[in-house]
Design a protein around this ligand. Structure first.
Ligand code: ADP
Ligand code: MG
Length: 266
């Protein structure tokens, strides 16, 4: 089981959009995938509840509070191979209280041990602020995906990077992804320049601006079922290939060959 945490300490940079569509895309490829909403704002949870038969009764708050197993709050979705753990606002308060425990930042890692044999990938959508909950999303990650949609997002990353370094004694794989900048040429250039001057390498994948990707939350499923020929679907597919290449290089070659980008709409 590989854990992918989509992270940055800035709202609106594309974390939830990437987490949801990446998880659905991995599931479409046949990987058993668990999407976990670890954001107290529960954006992904809202999207899935409105479109799907998912309910928010059993949320991540219960296992994080030590009163349920993680498997007790895993829900199935309408997408084959995709399961889901909902979030709730109370996660924020729990985060503030949990620091009494000296190993509070290990809580999620410990919970994940129960399900390692069941899933190929866990995709975590993390909160917008540095917080104990974010620390929990950092510790188990095998890969970080960091979206940048502004120069502010690049600056916010400095604090996340420091936090990752404090919590980890390895150099975890990280994909720094341009997000929603393709229609703002000047800003895109400034973001790239700032990334270069900070020594932040850019992932091959860029998630271009795509109106369909912005609307997918109002419809059931993911960009792959909603607008499979859009630039959003192509870019998330490219991201999936880049992710799989990190973990399973041979599978990635097959995945690349299997889907030929087509269509021109965005
Ligand atoms: N590639 C994109 N193209 C167009 N709109 C996007 C794209 N990525 C995100 N958005 C929109 O930008 C807003 C912020 O994205 P979101 O994924 O919610 O960010 P975060 O989870 O980091 O707060 C949302 O309204 C979303 O629909
Ligand atoms: Mg979000």
């Amino acid at each position: 089981m590989k854990v992918i945490t989509v992270i940055n300490a800035k709202g609106g940079c594309g974390k939830s959009t990437i987490a949801m569509n990446l998880a659905a895309g991995l599931a479409n490829k046949g990987f058993m995938t668990l999407l976990m909403d670890m954001d107290p704002q529960a954006q992904v949870t809202q999207w899935l509840i409105s479109g799907d038969g998912i309910n928010s009764e059993g949320t991540i708050v219960l296992p994080m509070a030590g009163i349920a197993l993680l498997s007790d709050v895993i829900q199935e979705t309408d997408v084959d191979n995709l399961s889901f753990v909902a979030s709730a606002e109370t996660l924020e308060e729990l985060g503030r209280r949990m620091t009494d425990d000296s190993e509070y930042y290990m809580l999620l890692s410990k919970l994940l041990e129960e399900i390692t044999a069941k899933y190929d990938f866990v995709v975590i959508d993390s909160p917008n602020q540095i917080s104990p909950i974010m620390e929990n999303a950092i510790v188990p990650a095998d890969l970080f995906i960091v979206p940048f949609e502004s120069t502010k997002a690049v600056r916010s990353y400095a604090n996340v990077y420091k936090l990752i370094q404090n919590l980890r004694n390895d150099e975890p794989s990280t994909l720094h992804v341009l997000s929603n900048l393709s229609r703002l040429e000047g800003l895109r250039k400034r973001v790239i320049e700032l990334m270069n001057s900070e020594g932040i390498p850019r992932a091959k994948t860029e998630i271009r601006s795509c109106g369909w990707l912005a609307q997918v939350d109002e419809h059931m499923g993911s960009i792959f079922s909603y607008r499979p020929k859009s630039n959003g679907a192509k870019d998330i597919h490219t991201l999936i290939v880049e992710v799989i290449t990190i973990f399973h290089p041979l599978t990635a070659i097959c995945t690349k060959a299997e889907v030929k980008p087509n269509g021109t709409s965005s």
